[in-house]
Design a protein around this ligand. Structure first.
Ligand code: FNR
Length: 381
């Protein structure tokens, strides 16, 4: 199976599975507890059907959107994800370059494996810097200052992860950073020597955003210790309000799921929220971002940019979310499996397929621009 055989999410996932050692594949593919939320994220798009209008003379379609002041050529952006150079040696470099070519937004995680400054140099596309709230307030301020200095457009604080989710697949394989593999996990690396050769012949894996705090090489701090020891479960709205004020630009909260919290985000000056359950990786049993869209957009959609992520695998998923009022839609695994399968070429192929599907879908819906998509294009079952 080659990249040219990949025509959809499932094909990319299959190719990634062939290339990656089991523990790494399962780190991407897995989710929390029984993974019910993970499964439901994609299934929730089936709760409604698209209702096309015909004979509307749709020649060219304009799928560009403006979100948090950024113009995107398509309504899909690459959501921030951790550890990308573990999946492919180019990691975030590949994603930043692909986003640049497609003129869409991309995120760099505070657990990213290239620095936010390097990503900025690679890509002129709008850049999001995603971070978690640390007990060390100085570190939070330092990160924002670095992002500001580098010219990052949007600050994104993830609020659904004050503690790590229960990822049972990782427990079974012994996946941890630094690696602490059990025998079964080691055996799964041994059968993928090409990955290992590739990984170890490229430069050493680091977390440059947290340089002095997490040392990947000597293993002074693991990712799980990072979550339990460095993040602040006591963070509250006042803390975040202070950060929004310090940043002074577009600030987005990722992981908002209720109207009450959306209103609080507006009150403290945020310009965007992402309805998200972290790809089902945190609170299993929680609702999907898609299922919460209608309610939240109806309440606050005219005051703040509402986005969603989780389970997006098709252009038609994006059309449904936009019809419910999302300004843009984030994807995670949709670009991570292609990254693992084929680096930048994989991410570009996936983004091209998404763009093509959205364009085709808009034509078949009779919509020449994103602004023509509305709730009248949907019927719930
Ligand atoms: C994530 N996600 C994530 N989110 C975040 O705010 N910071 C992070 O470091 C990460 N890391 C991360 C790693 C991996 C392997 C995955 C799969 C996801 C969550 C991500 O931004 C997004 O919310 C989900 O991936 C969306 O769900 P889908 O598109 O993967 O179904």
């Amino acid at each position: 199976m080659r990249l040219s055989d990949c025509h959809n999410f499932h094909d990319f996932r299959r190719l990634a599975k062939r290339r990656l050692p089991g523990p790494i594949f399962n780190y991407i593919d897995g989710a929390a507890d029984d993974e019910t939320t993970y499964r439901r994220n994609t299934a929730s798009f089936e709760s409604c059907d698209l209702l096309p209008s015909v004979l509307r003379g749709v020649g060219d379609v304009d799928m560009s959107v403006v979100v948090m002041g950024q113009k995107l050529s398509m309504p899909v952006y690459c959501s921030p994800t951790a550890l990308q150079r573990l999946f492919h040696h180019d990691g975030e470099r590949a994603v930043a370059a692909a986003a640049d070519r497609f003129g869409t937004m991309f995120g760099v995680s505070s657990l990213g494996t290239i620095s936010l400054e390097e990503a900025r140099k690679i890509s002129t596309a709008p850049q999001v810097y995603q971070f978690y709230f640390h007990k060390d307030r100085g570190l939070n301020r330092e990160m924002m200052a670095r992002a500001k200095q580098a010219g990052v457009e949007v600050m994104m604080l993830t609020v659904d992860s004050i503690t790590g989710g229960n990822r049972e697949r990782d427990k079974r394989t012994g996946f941890a950073i630094p690696f602490r593999l059990n025998l079964a996990g080691m055996a799964q690396f041994a059968v993928k020597p090409a990955w290992a050769i590739n990984y170890f012949t490229h430069e050493k894996f680091r977390l440059p955003q947290l340089d002095t705090h997490v040392d990947m090489g000597s293993g002074t701090m693991s990712i799980s210790r990072y979550f339990t020891e460095m993040l602040d479960p006591a963070m509250n709205w006042d803390d975040v309000a202070e950060m929004v004020k310090i940043w002074g630009g577009h600030f987005c909260l990722k992981g908002i799921m209720t109207v009450e919290d959306a209103k609080k985000a507006i009150d403290i000056g945020c310009t965007g929220i992402v309805l998200s359950n972290h790809g089902g990786r945190q609170l299993d049993g929680s609702r999907s971002g898609f299922d919460q869209l209608a309610e939240i957009v109806a309440a606050v959609g005219d005051q703040i940019d509402v986005m969603m992520d989780g389970g997006v695998q098709r252009g038609t998923h994006v059309l449904k979310a936009l019809s419910l009022g999302a300004k843009a839609v984030g994807v995670g695994r949709y670009y991570l499996f292609p990254l693992a399968a084929a680096g930048q070429a994989g991410v570009e192929r996936a983004l091209l397929q998404m763009r093509t599907e959205i364009e085709r879908g808009m034509k078949l819906m009779g919509c020449a621009s994103v602004s023509e998509l509305s709730i009248s294009n949907l019927r719930f079952r």
